[in-house]
Design a protein around this ligand. Structure first.
Ligand code: TYM
Length: 331
């Protein structure tokens, strides 16, 4: 079976619709066809200042949400990144293979560090994509299901794998990004040309998976929908409506042209009402299952310990070979 790996940061108290449609929703069917590894990447979360109590809570919430969204502990290996020390070990080796200029070209670092001012940003934030490369390569993943914002990190991962293989002999599988065009970039409801993002300035633009149906509906009804009144897919002139069409199409499985025909002459109101309904209907069962899983922390931690054990076994196999190829003495 081909292997799949992906990760999500525990940097908020809920995932949002972009995380869900762009990534997590694809993780579920992939566990049927692939040897699946999914990680809550807490080591990535601490690249920006993070409160320990928040991190602890959010890591459990993230794991519970992933199970609630459909990951099955029997079919997927779900684990917390810091439980598998091989990630940081491989990251160090890859850091030593990465050029400063190469790392400096990562646009996500430029965006994120701009928020602090580049000199206040941590070196960890700078090396973030290299740790991500280690996450992927240590499992010899064939495929990485992510949103469009991760493309550049996947390219770096492939470059580093090739460089290592070239210098030290064939060791790493070259991973392919797995990105679904229709949902690769879900945008902010209030600023529909910007990516929906945990760090967005206004919560009105973000739909959280764990949010109650009431606030979810309100946010969809208040979403920016451009001038005019026709429900049309036109990314250039109607980015807000186009985003809602993409969301509605993904959630209901109805092709966009069919939605456009359905709402012809009805204006935005009826359309938004249906989008709000689809979002609430999708999120409600996930929220309820998440709450249930969080009510038994010991059981959740037990599942994560099993995941970590399985992940460690695979990661250690890779590291035994890597250490030897680098020239480290056996222990
Ligand atoms: P993170 O935690 O920011 O986001 C998790 C996943 O959600 C996707 N995503 C989106 N997709 C579509 N539209 C959006 N508005 C949107 N916002 C977020 C992201 O592309 C991502 O797939 N660097 C990663 C975490 C990571 C990782 C890895 C991923 C660490 N190691 C190894 C894959 C493989 C990140 O920041 O994800």
């Amino acid at each position: 079976r081909p292997r799949v790996l992906s990760g999500i940061q525990p940097t908020a108290d809920s995932f949002h619709l972009g995380n869900y449609l762009g990534a997590v929703r694809q993780w579920v069917p992939l566990q049927e066809t692939h040897d699946a590894f999914y990680s809550v990447v807490d080591l990535h979360a601490i690249t920006v200042p993070t409160d320990p109590a928040d991190l602890r809570r959010r890591t459990r919430v993230a794991a519970a949400q992933l199970f609630a969204a459909g990951l099955d502990p029997e079919r997927s290996t779900l684990f917390v990144q810091s439980h598998v020390r091989q990630h940081t070990e491989l990251a160090w080796i890859l850091i030593c293979l990465t050029g400063m200029g190469e790392a400096g070209r990562m646009t996500q670092f430029k965006d994120k560090s701009a928020r602090f001012g580049e000199s206040a940003a941590s070196v960890g934030l700078f090396t973030y994509p290299i740790l991500q490369a280690a996450d992927i390569l240590v499992y010899q993943a064939d495929s990485v299901p992510v949103g469009a914002d991760q493309k550049q990190h996947l390219e770096l991962t492939r470059d580093l794998a090739q460089r290592f293989n070239h210098r030290f002999g064939d060791t790493f599988t070259l991973p392919e990004p797995y990105i679904l065009k229709e949902v690769e970039k879900i945008t902010d409801l209030q600023d529909p040309t910007a990516k929906m993002s945990k760090s967005s300035s206004s919560p009105a633009g973000i739909l959280d998976v764990l949010e109650q149906p009431g606030p979810l509906r309100k946010k969809v009804m208040r979403a920016v929908t451009d001038t005019g009144s026709e429900v049309l897919f036109d990314e250039e002139n109607k980015p807000g409506v186009s985003n809602l069409l993409r969301i509605q199409s993904a959630l209901t499985g109805t092709p966009i042209p069919e939605l456009v025909t359905r709402y012809q002459g009805q204006g935005y109101g009826a359309f938004k009402k249906d989008v709000a309904e689809a979002v609430a209907d999708t999120f409600t069962p996930i929220r309820e299952r998440t709450e249930k899983l969080l009510s038994d922390e010991a059981e959740l931690d037990r599942l994560l310990a099993i995941g970590a054990e399985r992940a460690r076994q695979v990661a250690e196999q890779t590291m035994i070979e890597v250490r030897d190829r680098i020239g480290f003495l056996p222990t």
